[in-house]
Design a protein around this ligand. Structure first.
Ligand code: PTJ
Length: 244
């Protein structure tokens, strides 16, 4: 039992969620290592949402509102960390959710699907209409025809580096959520939200609620003015402790 007064309560509770889901076979062992890397960047960022992340979330929301077929890609860590928040996001936006794993096994796919469904999330079936987009070596190449394959915009949280460039090659618009602004995923995406997914998802829902009332021209303006290079630079400077 972690006392609420503990100075690192939120961080410890988050770790607990991952360990619990590791024991259930939802999170892969490497997911803990990935989380540790994320924690280090979060620590350097002051464990708070910066303006550059708010700007990226606003642009990402604009893109989702303008997209015909957006999809949210979910892996083991994401399923463990933010199932309630994803459920809320899907209820608001209607976004299809596809499980896409680096360490892909049928057993993990089944467990993650069941876990997400317990939170009322509707998941694209992983055993029908699967296409192999073999321009990446990993099993992330196995995607659903109804989901990632035919999507125009894909949200990819907590990725290992190879898939974003493959998705870009397929002319997809990629929105990454990654605490490391220097990762290949962060650098290759069209919009990079440099923040912890645990803070991003609630803010995403809040922003969507606000922006869905906006006029199309206003939403288009947000996208056209967005500059991901500048956002990444600001994030890197925040980590290094300098100002832009
Ligand atoms: O569930 P699977 O099989 O698909 O595997 C998922 C992991 C996460 C194990 C796999 O994608 C992986 O190995 O990822 P990497 O290469 O470690 O990259 C994860 C990225 O996510 C790193 O850049 C981390 O900084 C970042 N990250 C970790 N935790 C968070 C995060 N970004 C946002 N929020 C977090 N909570």
């Amino acid at each position: 039992m972690i006392p609420k007064t503990h100075p690192r309560y939120v961080s410890l509770i988050t770790r607990e969620k991952l360990v619990k889901c590791l024991k259930k076979g939802i999170v892969h062992q490497n997911g803990l290592i990935a989380h540790g890397r994320g924690e280090a960047f979060d620590y350097l960022l002051g464990e708070k949402t910066h303006n550059f992340a708010v700007e990226a979330i606003t642009a990402a929301t604009a893109k989702i509102l303008l997209s015909k077929r957006p999809v949210l890609s979910v892996n083991g860590n994401v399923a463990a960390l933010v199932p309630e928040e994803i459920s809320q996001f899907q209820k608001l936006t209607g976004i299809p959710i596809e499980i896409n794993l680096f360490h892909r096994t049928i057993s993990r796919l089944k467990k993650i699907k069941r876990h997400l469904e317990e939170y009322g999330i509707s998941v694209i079936p992983f055993d029908q209409d699967i296409v192999d987009i073999r321009i990446i070596e990993s099993d992330r190449a196995l995607v659903s025809k109804r989901g990632i394959f035919s999507a125009d915009t894909i949200i990819v949280p907590l990725e290992d580096g190879d898939r974003t460039s493959a998705l870009k090659f397929l002319k997809k618009f990629v929105i990454a959520i990654d605490l490391n602004p220097m990762s290949r995923t962060a650098q290759t995406a069209d919009i990079t939200i440099v923040d912890n997914i645990t803070r991003v998802m609630p803010l995403f829902s809040k922003t969507y609620k606000k922006m869905k009332k906006m006029k199309k021209a206003q939403i288009e303006r947000i996208i056209s003015r967005y500059d991901n290079r500048y956002i990444l630079q600001k994030a890197e400077f925040a980590i290094r402790g300098s100002k832009i």
